[in-house]
Design a protein around this ligand. Structure first.
Ligand code: SF4
Ligand code: FES
Length: 223
């Protein structure tokens, strides 16, 4: 995973932006165009809005490219009470919650409340999305699939606590912890504690892995 972080100082707030994680979802531009203006240099000017408003818009950034630290007494970003995975159509998995990406050996790679995980197989910043799905014209439904709609977790409505994502070498993303996964339309839902999510782009059971990665020779070399 690569990072390229730029920092911007405003009244009561420090904004950080990781170029490598931005996939131009434009939540920031839509939310506060006076602060986030891609046609201006520097493109982020945190002096053009109130720190509370900037913090609120930054928390909408689905990839975690944007973060903030308050330098006044304002609240820092809270860890969400619930872990959710959103399967986007033709794009990545958005994770929100108490997320941590770990190596298969248990080493922490990234802890964040927001991240976008590659599921097309083409990202050069695996396991994170780098917008390569657009380049390869990846096509996949933004749904969980009916056959998985009733995989409800073991008798609990709690969806909180640590959510661990392990990108397995040449294979799927292993997600463990209490979480809810839904499609972009919110119509199909998977609730569970353990799932293997396809990240090679070729599973016939997306968003889940069906073992096709081995047949297509999916490689995560250099991850
Ligand atoms: S909301 Fe996040 S991912 Fe979207 S354009 Fe802004 S910084 Fe990039
Ligand atoms: S990772 Fe795609 S089928 Fe297993």
């Amino acid at each position: 995973m690569k990072e390229e972080i730029h920092n911007y100082t405003g009244e009561g707030i420090e904004v950080s932006y990781d170029v490598r994680r931005c996939i131009h979802a434009r939540e920031c531009v839509r939310g506060l165009p006076a602060v986030f203006d891609p046609d201006r240099r520097p493109w982020i000017d945190p002096n053009n809005a109130d720190a509370d408003d900037i913090a609120e818009v930054i928390e909408r950034c689905p990839t975690g490219a944007l973060h903030y630290e308050r330098t006044d007494d304002g609240p820092e970003e809270a860890v969400p009470d619930e872990n959710t995975v959103t399967v986007t159509s033709d794009g990545p998995h958005y994770v929100r919650g108490d997320g941590v990406i770990e190596t298969p050996g248990g080493g922490e790679l990234l802890a964040d409340t927001r991240m976008a995980l590659c599921r097309c197989g083409a990202s050069e910043n695996k396991p994170l999305c780098d917008n390569s799905h657009l380049e390869i014209e990846f096509e996949a439904l933004g749904t969980v699939g009916d056959e998985h709609a009733d995989d409800v977790g073991p008798g609990t409505t709690d969806r909180g606590g640590p959510l661990t994502v392990v990108p397995t070498p040449d294979g799927p993303l292993h997600v463990t912890g209490l979480f809810e996964m839904h499609g972009e339309d919110d119509a199909s839902v998977f609730r569970g504690t353990d799932a293997w999510l396809c990240r090679c782009g070729h599973s016939g059971a997306k968003p889940f892995c069906d073992g096709t990665h081995a047949r297509v020779g999916f490689s995560t070399e250099g991850e």
